[in-house]
Ligand binder design. Structure first.
Ligand code: GAL
Length: 570
């Protein structure tokens, strides 16, 4: 069975609407709804007062209607009474501004009061609903992502660093604090990377992102352990994007089912974006050891998108929602869920599309989503195998700082260039099953990553690397020449290009942009050169395999791919 449905926030509506909702859900083929994501104030109206009667009735109605529940813990949106009592649990920005109540996601995961309050409401929910028939899945929190720089975070950061580096000497070495007089002589001197005068220390910045990810993971794990009172699986919804301080590769093994939210960023380019998101979700599932690569699309926009560039929200063209859903399902999704079921009358997202819009069910959106509900009811989840993998590394994404060269965009272009079904995997995934592995701009490469790439090629794999790869280690320290033996060339210097500056390629109707490495081949064959004679594409035999190295960025990187291997379809 495919899960089909979305976020249901009935606390916005009088009870008579709930009965109509369940009836409409049945008409639309909905079989799973996420309930309670933002319901904390309704569930716990005051510090020592709980109200579960309404949720009992909602779950009862849904259960009687044959609709399963993905029950959320409401901790992404603490209620106003909490904020008023515990101002120290509100997040502080890097500039030192303490945020106040008024939106959502306003919390500090390291604040003791917040952690206690989260454990309490989660415990109450678990005690009441752990064995409820309608509950099929637990949804912890929502889209972890708030970064805070407060004093609670400073203390927790120090202890995280002490675990990682042992002592201050280890920290000073890892952070290269010999430069700019940054040597620490006392743990109390170590702070989150708050607003400062000029450039920050890259190792400090990167470690803070890792720390924030781990602190949030601890928050998730504390709720998961409480919810283990139930047999239903536990997950949280991953949100994609460079700003997200979550190391998904590390988190994936802690969720029982990888679940992602994927919203179109523009009306055009729709399906390629969906395919990339789906292939990433499957990659995380594989990283977690789920060989079937199955995952859940927890949220998607049912009928309209906000164009990131213009800010305009407009309906999808007829058929686009269906095409997106089928793209997810063909790439291993076990369900397609939308935000949200019924469009809010008021509140921050009152114009966000919903399956039941303000105008009611007699509308194109409801008709299209209902038809889709009927269609997916005839399908079963598929297990997808891919011959090719694209390495997408969150640590590199966080550490990479070249203006004008967008890591995410480069990976997306390679994803399109490889074509077909491609596992988009973190570097920790075993590579030996793939005929082709493409690792664009793998800027940060720790020793384990170096070993994995070499073992893969030695064993007969075909690897494509690009410019700006293997430039730094785990601590953002330069590692010159680290890939030279593998690519069969010496990278003599890196030349970031200016905006608009291009490198014409000999014999190709294409130009390099953004960056070019100057290479001295030492064993590799030159397959392409720039018009000025500089090598831009190398091929090198290494062990039983082969490595290609593309020294510049192409709008369409297909010329970098070997023609005889790696195409999907093993
Ligand atoms: C998601 C979020 C939902 C809703 C949606 C709107 O990121 O989880 O609660 O806000 O965005 O697109």
């Amino acid at each position: 069975m495919i899960h089909f449905g979305g976020d249901y926030n009935p606390e916005q509506w009088p009870e008579k609407v709930w009965t109509a909702d369940v009836e409409l859900m049945r008409r639309a083929g909905v079989n799973l709804v996420t309930v309670g994501v933002f319901a904390w104030a309704r569930l716990q109206p005051a510090p020592d007062e709980f109200d579960f009667g309404w949720l009992d009735r909602v779950l009862g109605l849904l259960g009687d209607g044959g609709i399963g529940v993905c029950l959320a813990t409401p901790t992404a949106s603490p209620p106003p009474w909490f904020t008023r009592r515990h101002p120290d649990a509100m997040p502080v920005t890097a500039d030192g501004v303490r945020l106040t109540h008024g939106s959502r996601d306003t919390y500090c995961v390291n604040a003791p009061a917040y952690r206690t309050a989260c454990a309490r409401i989660t415990g109450e929910l678990a005690a009441r609903y752990a064995r409820h028939d309608a509950v099929r899945l637990w949804h912890v929190h929502n889209e972890y992502g708030t970064t805070c720089y407060c004093d609670h975070c400073a203390a927790a950061f120090r202890s995280w660093l002490a675990d990682r580096y042992g002592d201050l000497a280890g920290l000073n070495d890892a952070w290269s604090t010999g430069f700019w007089s940054q040597r620490y002589g006392d743990w109390a001197e170590v702070l989150p990377p708050r607003a400062t005068q000029y450039l920050g220390n890259p190792a400090h910045l990167l470690d803070y992102r890792r720390f924030v990810s781990d602190a949030m993971l601890a928050h998730y794990l504390s709720q998961r352990s409480i919810l283990r009172a139930s047999d239903a699986p536990v997950t949280t919804n991953f949100v994609l994007g460079g700003w997200v301080p979550v190391d998904h590769a590390r988190w994936a093994s802690e969720v029982d089912l990888v679940a992602i939210d994927d919203y179109p960023s523009s009306v055009g380019g729709h399906l390629a974006e969906r395919a990339f998101a789906a292939d990433r979700a499957r990659g995380w599932a594989r990283a977690a050891g789920h060989d079937d690569g199955r995952w859940l699309l927890m949220e998607h926009a049912p009928g309209a998108v906000r164009d990131a560039a213009s800010g305009v929200v407009r309906p999808l063209d007829p058929g686009q929602a269906r095409a997106a859903a089928l793209t997810y399902l063909d790439r291993g999704a076990v369900g397609v869920m939308y935000f949200q079921w019924r469009q809010s009358r008021g509140g921050a997202e009152q114009w966000h599309p919903a399956i039941v819009p303000h105008q009611g069910p007699d509308t194109p959106i409801f008709a299209e989503i209902s038809a889709l509900g009927a269609e997916v009811a005839r399908r079963e989840p598929v297990t997808v195998t891919a011959a090719a993998a694209l390495i997408h590394d969150e640590q590199t994404m966080w550490a990479w700082q070249a203006p004008g060269l967008d890591y995410e965009a480069i990976c997306r272009r390679w994803h399109v260039a490889i074509g077909g079904i491609v596992d988009v995997v973190p570097p920790s995934v075993p590579l030996d099953g793939y005929r082709l592995v493409v690792a664009p701009v793998l800027y940060l490469l720790p020793a384990a990553g170096h070993r994995a790439l070499r073992d893969y090629v030695r064993g007969g794999g075909t690897l494509v690397l690009t410019f700006a790869s293997g430039l730094v280690d785990d601590c953002c320290r330069a590692t010159p020449g680290a890939l030279d033996d593998l690519i069969g060339a010496r990278v003599v210097r890196h030349v970031p290009l200016l905006p608009g500056e291009t490198v014409p390629i000999d014999g190709l109707d294409a130009v390099g942009r953004g960056w070019i490495d100057d290479l001295e081949p030492a064993g590799a064959t030159v397959l392409l050169r720039a018009a000025d004679g500089r090598p831009v594409l190398l091929e090198h035999r290494y062990g039983a395999g082969v490595v290609r190295y593309l020294a510049t960025d192409l709008d369409d990187p297909r010329p970098g791919l070997p023609t005889d291997s790696g195409r999907p379809g093993r």
